[in-house]
Write a protein that binds this ligand. Structure first.
Ligand SMILES: [Zn+2]
Length: 333
């Protein structure tokens, strides 16, 4: 059992969690991010993207609704722009990438709990069965017959594959995300050659425009996650501008209304930079989201870098982490 899970169980047993739940929250906005909802073991691709099963997601929403105001994308915009005073802790729910399970699994649970969320779509993937780089890396490393691979770009790395393949997948994903990986297409070519693996033909994996419009009509917000999901910090300002501008245009044409929010792909500090932030603001994005944790408070609120964090699927850990973040502004150590 992990140290955090042990702490969560102890806190629950001792009743500390219940005391924290009664204690007043600080003013702020906790923005939670998901990628996929469902059973992680059923995928041949990146399993780490699954943050909850439908049952776990349902438990999370019920818990959040009981203790906080869960706000819509429009309400979040009012809070961020200070049209509404930040008097207490608000919760906002977001989804990156636009996988089909966002429509088939997450949407019904959101609607049943009268919650809304913002979904960040990648127009290039909408309605397709494409396999993006993170899923391809996971597939190639899990299925290769090799017991180790050596990659030269952007710097040499050897990854052992004879023990835990999931660990190897995470190592390769971190390697891909390096800020100096400026020839990412060539790196993927190298990886395909090295693993000697062929990708399977798959059915549609991403929600389509009709489903996105239906979600939007049901109160969900739609935002951009760029046109092709590059790591923006790895590409030129010109290409960054195209990714941000073109995706906004395509989504607006297909959804039929203006969009104003952007989630930076990967969203870690090296995944975007100050150029990205300026570009995004100048192109009309009034809310831009990173993804490396934290709580947005009246003191640190930055519309060009709204902090978001992962959620934990284990219910006790989810409760504990949510309470630490909303009452103390940090996660337990
Ligand atoms: Zn993404």
């Amino acid at each position: 059992m992990s140290k955090r899970l042990l702490l969560a169980r102890s806190m629950k047993t001792l009743g500390i969690l219940r005391l924290m739940e009664m204690y007043k929250s600080r003013p702020g906005i906790l923005i939670l991010n998901h990628h996929r909802i469902g059973d992680s073991s059923s995928t041949r691709f990146d399993r780490k993207l699954f943050s909850a099963t439908t049952d776990e997601f349902d438990v999370q929403l019920k818990y959040l609704k009981k203790h906080f105001d869960v706000v819509s994308g429009g309400e979040l915009q009012d809070l961020v722009s200070r049209k509404t005073d930040l008097k207490r802790m608000y919760i906002s729910i977001t989804f990156d990438d636009g996988y089909l399970d966002n429509y088939t699994h997450a949407l019904p649970v959101l609607l049943a709990n009268q919650c809304t969320a913002t979904f960040f779509l990648i127009p290039q993937y909408v309605g397709t069965g494409l396999i993006p780089w993170w899923d391809e890396i996971a597939y190639l490393l899990r299925n290769t017959r090799k017991n180790k691979i050596s990659i030269q770009l952007p710097v040499p790395i050897t990854i052992e594959l004879d023990s835990d393949r999931e660990v190897a997948i995470q190592k390769m994903l971190q390697h891909y995300k390096r800020p100096d990986n400026v020839r990412s297409d060539e790196l993927m070519e190298e990886l395909r050659r090295e693993t000697e693996c062929v990708l399977p033909v798959v059915e549609r994996r991403f929600l389509d425009w009709k489903e996105a419009r239906e979600m939007n009509a049901a109160g969900m917000s739609i935002g951009s996650h760029t046109q092709t999901h590059p790591i923006l910090g790895q590409i030129t300002p010109e290409r960054q501008q195209w990714e941000l501008e073109y995706s906004k245009q395509v989504i607006e044409e297909n959804i039929g209304s203006k969009i104003y929010s952007l989630a930076y792909p990967v969203g870690t500090p090296g995944g975007f930079d100050i150029t990205t932030e300026h570009l995004a603001r100048s192109l009309g994005y009034s809310m831009c989201f990173s993804f490396y944790g934290g709580v947005n408070t009246p003191r640190n609120m930055n519309p060009a870098n709204l902090l978001r964090g992962n959620t934990n699927s284990a219910p006790d850990l989810f409760r504990t982490e949510t309470m630490f973040l909303t009452k103390l502004g940090r996660l337990p150590h």
